[in-house]
Write a protein that binds this ligand. Structure first.
Ligand code: SF4
Length: 362
């Protein structure tokens, strides 16, 4: 299936078994990808946590870094996003979608690599997200492994639990890290050398270039536009194939540092912290795997009660389906180019209306 690697991993945590299911053309034609495809898979496996990639994730299309996690929380289907390099790495591991069903008897991690999905027992429970990622990379012998891990927040099923990608926070606005904690899943490690095939390469590249040209003409700055942040920033980084380097790396008081996700920093500043203190606190939040939207005391956030579902807003469903970062929306992404890229990439008869119809079902 063009624009995807071929498999869905259906992981039965209770039995410790993985079933590999082919991705059918009809499934993509109807559900496109990302949040829409995840929702369709969740209808088949209602108790599951589903990880999925958008139809454009991991391609030449600008900003195509997004992966999506979907599950039911308080009976409502909801979504959280992860980016950096983890969305593309999930796709290139050979599994464009992963369904985690049931609950492992004891803590495990999942190792996705080259179309192989291993469920491994682990004694990482109780470790910080940082120690977990470092251990996984060392154990699995590869520094470029991307991880999605939980910390104390997820283990304690906190309402403020936050999924962490390697060492940094994701946009896990719905605290789905707590559902991984419920399933006894400490983390997912991903690495792959898979390839994404393109049905009509010239048309796809032309559409991606059009979108990139439009974005570049409007992006004037590197780094997140937060007052005082430039003064403590060492460098600004970008996720996979993104023209807007909005991720500030800030050295904190220790030898370490933190890659900022703008909304998290603003949340801490709204709780009354100055920018430097907010960056330092954010580092601890990421180590413990908690979301500062709910307070400024990271330790207290590891035991927070249930929080309401945060639905997708505005055009987010569209971005979450394509696998493109919604932060780029502020620059007026070329929607026609995105639809042309999907049609040329998949070779399917997908139009703006088809896409809107899928997104309207979210
Ligand atoms: S806009 Fe920022 S968060 Fe989004 S993909 Fe680009 S660098 Fe990553």
């Amino acid at each position: 299936m063009e624009l995807y690697t071929d498999l869905i991993a259906v992981v039965d945590l209770e039995e410790g078994e993985v079933e590999e299911v082919d991705i059918e053309e009809e499934f993509i034609e109807k559900n496109i990808g990302g949040a829409c495809a995840n929702t369709a898979l969740l209808a088949q496996y209602p108790d599951a946590v589903v990880l999925g990639t958008g139809v454009l994730t991991g391609t030449l299309f600008p900003g195509s870094a997004l992966g999506v996690m979907t599950a039911k929380k308080n009976g409502t289907v909801c979504h959280s996003a992860f980016n950096w390099f983890s969305g593309p790495e999930l796709k290139l591991s050979g599994f464009s979608f992963v369904v985690l069903k049931g609950k492992a008897e004891n803590p495990v991690y999942l190792w996705l690599h080259d179309e192989i999905a291993d469920i491994e027992s682990t004694d990482l429970w109780g470790k910080t997200t940082w120690d977990t990622t470092s251990w996984l990379r060392e154990e699995l012998g590869e520094d470029r492994i991307q991880t999605l891990v939980i910390g104390e927040g997820g283990e304690k099923k906190s309402g403020a639990a936050l999924l962490v990608n390697n060492y940094w926070g994701t946009d896990d606005r719905n605290g789905l890290a707590a559902l991984l904690g419920e399933k006894n899943v400490k983390g997912i490690a991903m690495r792959g050398m898979g390839e994404v095939e393109i049905s009509e390469p010239e048309d796809f590249i032309s559409a991606a270039e059009d979108a990139l040209t439009g974005l570049k003409s409007k992006i004037k700055k590197r780094g997140a536009p937060v007052e005082g942040l430039d003064a403590i920033t060492q460098r600004a980084d970008a996720c996979f194939n993104c023209p807007y380097a909005c991720r500030n790396f800030v050295k904190t008081g220790t030898d370490e540092g933190v890659v900022i996700f703008e909304r998290h920093l603003r949340d801490l500043m709204a709780h009354g912290l100055d920018v430097k203190k907010a960056a330092e606190t954010l580092q601890t939040c990421y180590q413990l795997g908690v979301n500062p939207a709910y307070g400024k005391d990271p330790k207290a956030l590891t035991t927070l009660g249930p929080q309401p579902v945060q639905p997708l807003e505005g055009k987010e469903g569209w971005y979450y389906t394509l696998g493109v970062c919604p932060i780029l929306d502020q620059f007026g992404i070329d929607e026609d180019a995105a639809v042309r890229a999907v049609a040329a990439g998949t070779g399917l008869d997908i139009s703006a209306e088809t896409l809107d119809d899928a997104v309207s079902r979210l």
